[in-house]
Structure formats: C-alpha cells, structure tokens
Design a protein around this ligand. Structure first.
Ligand code: PGA
Length: 215
C-alpha cells in the first residue's frame, strides 16, 4: 500500500535476472519507477550459472530465475509462467502438424543455448528422458541470436515463449506442436534466506508478485 511505500522513495535496487526475464522486467521497472523516480536500479541480465555465482557472492537484492539452485539457502516466490516452446522457421516441414511425436526431433539440426543456461538444462533433461538426440549444429549464448539463426535456416530450437514477440517475429518464426511441449516452468523471485531486504527491495518484490497475479 502507499503508506508502506513511504520509506521506499529513495535508494538502490540491485537485480540479477535470467536472459528471458529481460522481456518482462524492464517494463515492470518502468511502471514501478514512475511512482519512485528517485530509485537507482542496477539490472544484470545473465544466465543461470552466472546468477548462481552472484548469489554465492551476495551481490544483489533480488534474483529472478526459473531453476533455483538447490544448494543455496534461498527464499523463492513463483510469480509468472515461463513455458519453453519449440521454435522453427515458418517454412519448416513440420509446421501445421499437431501432436508431433517428440521422436520427430531426432537428428533435426538444433541450435542450443550455452552450457550454464537453464533453458539448455531443461531441454536436455526432456531430451534425455525421451531418448531424443538432436543434431546440435550451433551453440549460442543469446536467445535473440538463436531466433536470428532459426530465421536464417540453421535449425530449430527450444526457447522461452517470452522471447517470441506478439507480431510473430515478422512472420519468420513459428512454434511446433510437439508432444511434451510446452515445458511448463515459471519464474521465481528469490533472495538469500536471512538477508534483510531493504524497503525498496521489499516493495519491488511485492510489486512483482502482484503483477504476476494479474497476468
Ligand atoms: P537461461 O534461463 O538464460 O539460464 O537459459 C532462462 C530461463 O530459464 O527462462
């Protein structure tokens, strides 16, 4: 409530978020900061492994990620869905088919995120479980670069739905209806257990959880 926020009008907020959250968090920060223009924000957009490293060094107030590390004592709060979907170029032969068996991905040219990526970990887990082995043609450390590579015909990939824009990426990209997808996940807001959150961080956390409810 407004009364709670009085103490939050100034200060510094340090956030680290996984690569997919960059499609959502800056906008949320925009509306948050309209009410608190005097707050300074530092936002890192990195992968899961890099977030884990920053947690170990107690670098930030809050972290946003999909796979909270189990060996760090964290308080985690889920706030928004973050499903993974199969992304292909619009002219891919499987486009338009429904309930495509996952085995159809065997030997497909595939573009994989870098090691240390949570997206990669979730994809690899499903492929291992389903005994599917794709042909990794390219490893890329950026969701945007992967989208460009898919559009360029280098292969298919699995990406967070948040990386796809509502305009269908100029009609170049589409999703495939493969059994086992979407991989259902969510984003968590997390902080080190026992860490005393600043008023600003506490206020932003509540704002995040609240905005998740309305989406
Ligand atoms: P990643 O995480 O950047 O480590 O792949 C993204 C996500 O899990 O949504």
């Amino acid at each position: 409530t407004i009364a709670d926020l009085k103490g939050a009008k100034q200060g510094r907020l340090s956030l680290s978020v996984v690569t997919t959250a960059k499609y959502v968090i800056p906008r949320l920060l925009g509306s948050f900061c309209q009410n608190y223009p005097a707050i300074d924000i530092a936002l890192q957009v990195i992968n899961h492994q890099q977030i884990t490293q920053r947690m170990l060094e107690n670098k930030d107030d809050l972290y946003i990620l999909s796979l909270p590390p189990e060996d760090i004592d964290l308080c985690t709060k889920p706030f928004l869905d973050n499903p993974l979907v199969v992304v292909a170029p619009c002219n891919h032969p499987l486009v338009g088919q429904t309930q495509i068996p996952i085995e159809a991905l065997n030997n497909e040219p595939f573009i994989m995120r870098e090691s240390g990526s949570g997206t990669r970990r979730a994809v690899q887990k499903l492929f291992d479980k389903s005994k599917v082995s794709v042909r990794v043609r390219l490893e890329l450390g950026s969701n945007e670069a992967i989208k460009q590579a898919i559009a360029g015909g280098l292969g298919i990939s699995v990406l967070s739905k948040h990386t796809l824009n509502s305009y269908g990426d100029r009609g170049e990209l589409t999703t495939l209806d493969v059994v086992g997808f979407p991989i259902q996940r969510c984003w968590y807001a997390a902080y080190l257990n026992g860490k005393q959150l600043s008023v600003v961080a506490q206020t932003f956390l509540e704002y995040l959880l609240e905005s998740g409810k309305s989406n």
